[in-house]
Design a protein. Sequence first.
Length: 126
Amino acid sequence: MKLNNKGWGTLEMLLLSGGLLIALLIAVFFIYKLYGSIGNSIENKIYLDLESNLEVAAKNYIDDNNIKVNGEYRISFETLKSNNYIDELKDGKGKNCDGYVIVSNVDNIDYYNGYVLCKGYQTLNY
């Protein structure tokens, strides 16, 4: 009986399986990196929302109290909280944060920049 040597052999099957395994490991690595970066961007969005909430509360505080800003004016989170403009400042883990808002007046336009300090996060130039 004559054998047909035009099919798959053991060596070819091992090489193909090894190549597929390497490709699978590379895909898993990149998927892990993708989901890790998505988690970080969601976490950063929480802190950006905290900064934005501070800015909105500071704007309401400035408007309600008819404060005229010349140069820069700093409003702390405690001031906003004690005057009932903001309830709480908590991160995604439920931990309390601190913060303040710098109100700058340039060409008679008020600009609000919120800064937060949480465990594990701090706004740039806090």
